[in-house]
Ligand binder design. Structure first.
Ligand code: TGC
Ligand code: FAD
Length: 405
């Protein structure tokens, strides 16, 4: 009879009755390297100290000090943090995802500010720009001294950006741009806009300094979601740019779509930050709130809700970390990002809505973060590809049939 020596470590066999956090229950920290955890904890401390005390007021006033915050976020090192060189921190993709999660636990608007700056505007220049464009913009953008926006969507072309009407035509050596963009994050506060336009050949990207004559960016008001974020229209009225304003390294829709993959990846993690904040707030509230003579947390119906929310949060985190691992290996594919964006935003909004029920009436105010997160997640569900677009991307990957048209 052979003698097999067990290589299994002894598992904990006792059930702890000490309350644990939802992600603590999953033990997901064991899947994260020490350096990435340290970055995450630094961002968490920033959000706790700088964002949490102010965010309800910013949200109510629909006004956020973007310039001030951009500099602080630059000092924190999160702007373009996963890019190499030009003043960027060059962290792992997983660390970037974890930072997005902490920022969005503060507010989706804060994560949007960082996503648009780093994953869209900076990434477009970093990946597709000339050396001169990189030198001119990236160090200042990484420091938060210059703010960028990314103009792809148009009033009539959101899910189908390939149909865009904004046009760039040659006039001698110059380019002349006409058209408009809609729903552009950071638009009115941006120093530079990356604008995508049709040309006689294919779609091209242009680096447009905000002061260029003919360029304006009126802010969109009366939003009920992402109120702590600047959203704008971009108007391009005979905007004349020199020849070297075009991003030289890319043409076609793959240019902007490559940037979207970066930002969508951040949202895979980010949305879970909002969900985690809702769930942890709901657990704390249920422990404090006495109803029919005992804490709300002590009822089976409440615990069923908390358990189900915890499961979806943890499953989403495992998915995010897997995608982070693939991105760090350099093998992450766009359709895999769609798996994460679709699932994690959809589940996060479900968690926010379920968490809201635990608060009763108190859940509808800005005293608690729930309704703010839930309203924000409505935008997150729509931007960076709606849920339906991601279902169609996954459907195409599964069947080989494109059903967009
Ligand atoms: P399709 O034929 O699929 O592709 C056109 C070309 O692009 C290539 N490609 C990609 N390249 C790089 N990365 C990706 N993720 C790519 N996906 C596709 C593709 O290979 C092809 O290349 P080539 O060389 O053959 O030309 O294009 P389609 O017109 O059929 O559209 C497909 C669809 C619907 C998936 C795409 O249009 C889409 O993703 N629509 C959604 C638009 C969207 O997400 N907009 C977001 C705007 S930015 C924003 O919302 C910022 S929110 C602020 C914040 O993040 O906080
Ligand atoms: P539409 O494309 O009109 O979609 C309407 C509905 O039709 C959706 O339910 C959609 O899923 C569905 N649909 C679309 N196609 C299909 C199909 N083939 N089959 C079935 N159903 C379909 N854009 C930028 O370029 N830069 C930014 O910085 C930016 N920031 C944003 C910030 C906020 C707060 C918001 C809300 C949006 C932002 N956007 C930005 C725009 C965003 O990307 C678009 O809103 C999004 O792509 C959807 O486009 P749309 O709103 O025109 O909706």
């Amino acid at each position: 009879m052979p003698c097999f020596r067990s290589h299994r470590r002894h598992e904990e066999t006792t059930v702890t009755t000490r309350p644990q956090t939802p992600l603590g229950l999953f033990g997901t920290d064991t899947l994260i390297g020490e350096e990435d955890r340290a970055i995450r904890d630094t961002v968490r401390r920033f959000v706790d100290a700088r964002i949490r005390p102010e965010i309800a007021d910013w949200y109510e006033a629909a006004s956020i000090p973007v310039r001030e915050l951009a500099k602080e976020l630059g000092s924190l090192g999160v702007l373009g943090m996963h890019l190499e060189g030009y003043g960027c921190a060059g962290t792992s993709a997983t660390a970037y995802g974890l930072a997005c999660m902490e920022l969005e636990a503060g507010d989706s608007g804060l994560r949007s500010l960082v996503s648009v700056q780093g994953s869209l505007a900076m990434f477009a220049i970093w990946k597709h720009g000339s050396e001169e464009q990189k030198q001119e913009w990236l160090p200042r953008m990484a420091a938060g001294e210059a703010i960028g926006c990314f103009g792809l969507t148009e009033p009539d072309f959101g899910s189908d950006p390939g149909g865009m009407r904004t046009r760039a035509v040659r006039d001698g050596d110059d380019w002349v741009l006409n058209g408009s963009k809609m729903w552009i994050t950071n638009g009115s506060v941006a120093d530079v806009a990356v604008v995508w336009a049709q040309t006689d050949e294919r779609i091209r990207g242009f680096v447009v300094p905000a002061g260029t004559p003919g360029f304006s960016a009126p802010e969109i008001k009366k939003k009920m979601s992402l109120r702590a974020s600047v959203t704008s229209e971009l108007v391009l009225d005979d905007v004349r740019l020199p020849a070297d304003a075009v991003l030289p390294e890319v043409s076609g829709l793959s240019g902007p779509l490559s940037c979207l993959s970066e930002a969508r990846y951040g949202i895979v993690f980010g949305s879970l930050g909002a969900a985690r904040d809702c769930l942890e707030s709901a657990i704390a509230y249920s422990q404090d709130r006495a109803i029919f003579d005992k804490p709300l947390a002590a009822y089976q119906i409440t615990q069923t809700k908390l358990a189900d929310m915890t499961l979806e949060l943890g499953k989403g985190m495992l998915l995010a970390l897997q995608l982070g691992r693939l991105k760090d290996e350099g093998t992450l594919r766009p359709e895999q990002v769609s798996l994460g964006k679709l699932n994690n935003v959809r589940e996060s909004i479900a968690i926010a809505r379920e968490a809201r029920t635990i608060f009763g009436a108190a859940g509808i105010t800005l005293e608690h973060p729930i309704m703010r997160h839930a309203n924000n997640l409505e935008s997150v569900l729509t931007y960076e590809g709606t849920s339906e677009v991601h279902q169609l991307i996954i459907g195409r990957a599964l069947t080989g049939e494109a059903a967009f048209r």
